[in-house]
Design a protein around this ligand. Sequence first.
Ligand code: ADP
Length: 370
Amino acid sequence: MTRVLVLNSGSSSVKYRLFDGTRTLAKGLIERIGESGGDAADHREALQKIMSETDVEGLAAVGHRVVHGGSDFTEPTVVDDGVVARIDSLTPLAPLHNPAAVTGLEVARKLLPDVPQVAVFDTAFHATIPPEGVTWAIDAELAAKWQIRRYGFHGTSHAYVARRTAEILGKPLEDTNVITLHLGNGASATAVRGGRSVATSMGLSPLDGLVMGTRSGAIDPTVIFHLHRVAGLSIDEIESSLTRHGGLLGLCGDNDMRVVEDRVEAGDPVATRAFAVYLRRLRECVGAYLAVLGRVDAITFTAGVGEHSPTVRSGSLSGLEPLGIEIDPARNEAGDEIISTDGSRTKVLVVATEEELEIANQARTALGLA
Ligand code: ADP
């Protein structure tokens, strides 16, 4: 019983991957659910398709990615009716993401009633951040009443990458301090001390922190009041602007980092400014986490941009030699596992993230199978 099916149900897509141990037996993506010409009419049909195309015999578990676990869920959780209801009740905190996960859970439980279902939360890894790292200086009663605090996301990725970093360095995880930089369409940074998250850049939602493909990252909240009162935008319009028309897209009209880099290369001033804003925010965040951790063994880049863009890696860490951080240009260009110089006190790594594998492993652990 080593087979685990991992389901990642998004608002309009379901990604799946079938593992036997760490080996991938099958994987796929059902896209544009509910759209004309899409792969499925709804999530039920999408999951039925996945089950019929995949050998679900002898499954030990189904692991579900759930974006928001609120303050309730700090560990992977075996799913029953109560758990589904609690995840559903967190929908106000993640209106785009949690309903899809709930549908995925409900349908999978119906289709595979004898297989344990485990919910693995993006937020859970950050449950170890101390109170001062998750509390905003706002009216404490309001914050408590409405569950307003930093939760953090991309937890399975940061957890996996921090562990891999310790393995690559040949150090015990408990003694390894890492800044993990997950730079994909969404992007977040985490300070990890001894395998535990102690600071992260995303907040109540995945909108906070770094500049992303289409999300603004952190801004002065007054921008929102100003856009509402002075520019006359509704709250929904502002949310859409900051989440879907912000970030690199808002700055230069392109959200794909490859395209932005090509434009920078060609001397395009608008893309050059956007790229500089992206790097500046990243650099500021790294600086903050160096101060949080004190001793940093490694800074690790992961996800689409982090794994594939030497320019982003060098652009965000250049000039930090006085702090003991020195990238080797040839290793960086080649995308080696370790891209810092041999003399660099803090190592700089590139690690391919494996969120689905981490979810499968956590699902097994939750069931006492690993
Ligand atoms: P998601 O966050 O949706 O999982 P990924 O982690 O796959 O996304 O990251 C997608 C991003 O990675 C895109 O912005 C894409 O442009 C960027 N990317 C992929 N390959 C490269 C590359 N060779 N150079 C720069 N950016 C890249």
